[in-house]
Design a protein around this ligand. Structure first.
Ligand code: IMP
Length: 198
């Protein structure tokens, strides 16, 4: 079976994708010294396509990429595609989370609705005119302080109503079974298998 390059160096993502797409060896783009593309899109899907195309082009292989972030209703969708850079270029998770809490200071609990979005894209080659696209959405609310030690990014302030706790309080396996990324990955793999079978 054809190798698929993953436009990410995240070992957790590689393991997760490899477990589901067991027929295809998944190789991180770092193995080919791919230079990250600039995320210039204004939507998750544009950025995911930019990343997949860049990886497919440089590795001459089919590629999978994802783009994800947090969308907060009271902030008109921010931080959105800027989630990783919300407090500025080079900002860390804690800086971004603190900026989010400041921006939402005084906003009532019922207006703090938010969701994590993940878009995953598969491209057969760099000029594939018909990428396979799957989206996952995880609904929640933004707390007014951080709780929990697990996860990363905005997990300590993301309240998960169905679990009655913050995302950063969930064990990794529970988070993966519910999260935007887990949902998008399951959908993408189903769509890739259907395309191969067609
Ligand atoms: P990217 O998809 O690697 O571009 O990352 C987007 C950013 O969105 C991350 O740096 C986090 O700030 C945020 N983010 C995406 N998914 C999650 C999640 O599952 N938990 C917490 N933060 C997340």
């Amino acid at each position: 079976m054809n190798k698929i390059v993953l436009a990410s160096g995240n070992p957790g993502k590689i393991r997760e994708i490899q477990a589901i797409l067991a027929d295809h060896p998944i190789v991180p783009q770092s193995a080919f010294n791919v230079v990250d593309v600039e995320e210039t899109g204004s939507t998750f899907v544009e950025n995911a396509i930019l990343k997949a195309r860049n990886a497919a082009l440089h590795c001459n292989l089919p590629a999978i990429a994802d783009d994800s972030g947090l969308v907060v209703d009271a902030l008109n969708g921010a931080p959105g595609v800027m989630s990783a850079r919300y407090a500025g270029v080079g900002a860390n998770d804690r800086d971004n989370l603190n900026k989010l809490l400041r921006e939402l200071d005084g906003v009532a609990e019922e207006l703090r609705t938010a969701r994590f979005i993940c878009v995953m894209v598969f491209m057969e080659h760099a000029n594939d005119p018909c990428p396979v696209i799957a989206q996952g959405v995880w609904e929640g609310r933004i707390l007014d302080h951080a709780v929990g030690e697990n996860g990363f990014g905005y997990d300590p302030v993301f309240w998960v109503p169905e679990q009655n706790c913050a995302s950063a309080e969930l064990p990794a396996a529970v988070k993966n079974s519910l999260s935007h990324r887990g949902q998008a990955l399951k959908r993408l793999t189903t769509l890739i298998k259907a395309r191969e079978a067609a």
